[in-house]
Design a protein around this ligand. Sequence first.
Ligand code: SF4
Length: 962
Amino acid sequence: MTLVKKSSSTNNANHAQGGSLRKGLNRIATATINRRGFLIRAGVTAGAGLMARHLPFNVIEPAAAAEPVNTVGPANTELKHTVCSHCSVGCSVDAIVHNGVWVRQETAFDSPLNMGAHCAKGASVREHGHGEHRLRYPMKLVNGKYQRISWDQALNEVGDKLLQLRQQAGPDSIFWIGSSKHNNEQAYLMRKFVSMWGSNNTDHQARICHSTTVAGVAQTYGYGAMTNSFNDLHNSKAVLFIGSNPSEAHPISMLHFLHAKELGAKMIVVDPRFTRTARFAHHYVRIRPGTDIAFVWGLLWHIFENGWEDKEFIAARTYGMEEVRREVAKWTPQKVSDVTGVPEAAVRQAAEMLAKNRPSSVVWCMGITQHHVGTANVRSLSILQLALGNIGTAGGGANIYRGHDNVQGATDVGPNPDSLPGYYGLAEGAWKHFAKVWGVDYEWLLSRYGSKELMEKPGTTVSRWFDGVLEKNDYVDQPSNFRAVVYWGHAPNSQTRLPDMKAAMQKLDMLVVIDPYPTMTAAMHGRKDGVYLLPATTQFETQGSCTASNRSIQWRERVIQPLFECKTDHEIMYLFAKKFGFADELCRNIKVVNNEPVIEDILREINRSCWTIGYTGCSPERLKLHMHNKHTFNPTTLRAEHGPCKGDYYGLPWPCWGTPEMKHPGTPILYDLSKPISEGGLPFRANWGVEYKGESLLAADGSTNMDSEIDTGYPEFDHIFLKRLGWWAELTPEEQAAAEGKNWKTDLSGGIIRVAIKHGCAPYGNARARCHVWNFPDPVPVHREPLMSPRRDLVKQYPTYDDKAAFWRLPTLYKSVQAKDFSQDYPLIMTSGRLVEYEGGGDETRSNPWLAELQQAMFVEISPQDAMQIGVQTKEFVWVETPSGARLKVHAMVTPRVPQGTVWMPYHFGGWWMGEDLRKNYPDGAAPIVLGEAANTGWTYGYDAVTMMQETKVSLCRVVRV
Ligand code: SF4
């Protein structure tokens, strides 16, 4: 659905966009695939297949047969295996390269993840690699204009300024925004780089898409990740999609779900908006934004009332369900209906469908996570799956679809402000572990920081860095405010409160962008100088591993050499480390060739360090073997049935325990007792002690993995436990030397893990999942009205949290924001989401001519009733005005997809600023083809009470005619 006729600039209300679009299309006139071919291969092809029955017959034309995948043509032509860099489904791409030029791409029919399908974004990644709108050389802002400079000048000027600020204000005065689009090795190197700089002020996209998921499921089950896989949905008998619209956000994942639906699986979709996913549903439930916990407790009310819960599972494998029962008992059908807006019968129907069609799965995404109660939302769904006994079983699970292609991996091993790679935390023991792995003295690392306290204190988050600039220093919980920010592969328009961000950008001493694209940062800052743009390569100009949403780790081959003057991110890190004087420490165990740290060596260092999450068995050699033998893996189980990977699960989904030599096959389904640990089974993790207030936290007797030699719950393994069990002697003398005084996470030999698994035990213990998380603001989730609630009558009964003084180093407001009633002046609920054509902040995809043609203008969806009241029609410009004072000039799209009283906007647009087109502010030729208002310019204040996730799913606005 688009607002303007495709390929028609005369119909385009934004003529500038139309002109650019034509130019973009002209540029690629010599490309190797025409528009029709693109649309056929795009999934628009998957979509077309799925949608065919809804189209009139004259719309469907016969498709010409594609050339065979492995026909690579004449000499000097190579087939390179890579992975789409847009979303976390992990679709493989076969790239055909002739004389070093990427001439064609195919869809990788042999990948068990995408089975020959791509969505529109994946089908056009060649244009991302060979992008015409990319940054080509380093640039510096001089008198408001970007000028070309050399890499030497850029590294020296930026480096000198950062060193000067370090000297004046300390290492914590810089904020380093990393990327969820870096591969695992680059993300890991970035955390190491910032640690050696001497700060924890680093973060990345996961903070503002799934940090609440990571915290919520990790504190309930043990690991912060999706439990099953897209493929495993084949086994589901019912699936609840809540706050998730995979038809647009993760299109190829629908391939797997629709297969299950063909086999009879029931489909429930809960969303305020009737999405493209909702139209497939057997049961669509329209919910008031921000009332997910009330709805989930409503489901559980019926489940408990009817005795549909899995009593045996609850008794053996969970802790604290009684407290949940007490909270759920308050949520009678009538109360749920009043708070959520969902009819009583619809809640009961959803509960019954889930309970009577087991195993049932729950899929969620940012509709659940991006709330000021995001972590509590996540926990309520995690508990629902425990109550139904749907965890640790094929067809069940908490299937959490991550966003960017490597947001899972970058979270696992990358730049997080509260942890070293592998979720090791920031305590002294974690630093000592990594000091040893990195081959540096702990004391030297300590000397890089402002103090030991700052070394062990979580940094600020990407969602709030600008408050770290603007806030009075007295209220900032570190010595200095931020003086410089480095945007290293991150879109600013994916963050809320852009007017505040712009004010902070103006106040900084220096602003640096390192990215293949200039991003909206380059255009929005309003500065005359002090801005640098450094061109980085895409993932197609380097190699390395990335982790799909299901924890499968895939190896991307380098498709083409770096274009223009772009450098790989890890080369840029190395060059800055040289400038800062710690290049030797950064790469002590990593070979460096032509200033580029060798990616395989970085992964080997990850293998040697990240025992906590089993990133240890996935050596570069094993991952490459999987990529070249994709065809041997079963598309339902993901297990290789023959060939050199026989017995492995595709991409060695983590945890892949022990050393690579141990040949652990990976763990396809977390917490699955039906398999031995050595074959991918696991219990819940013993991560919170063995008892709490006298109650055991360990699993009940008999609740253990197949082949376990311990027939009850047990704690995590360490040198003492191993000795008590009499298994210490099974370590080799070398392993004993390394493991003495250590636990399974810090034993660098891997011996403790090896011996535990040999006896059928999980290295991390065998515990109960927690329904009651005593260390969270709400140990059992409770409904809290949104900060911008239109239901003022409910605010008193379900208030938000108290304001916090120092939370991730910043004061954070809750009640004082909620106290003001904006609902009279701003009567519409505002929510946001994704489009199939674009991804993230959209700089890459809006610069892609194939995609730009599909969606040419920013819009707001508004119901026919509200549109009539305002007097506006589709394609007319309106102002969307929000309580922050921001106003967005966007097209109206009148549609019943949204209910009366609610509007919806996509968040991928950028490059306009409250009605002003900023195209002139970009470097020449580097503006995306399509620009538009960023939804987040208007977004209001609100942050999750555990992770500082930003609120983007429920606020208030008014819409007026332009
Ligand atoms: Fe696959 Fe996602 Fe890429 Fe689409 S964007 S091709 S679903 S990985």
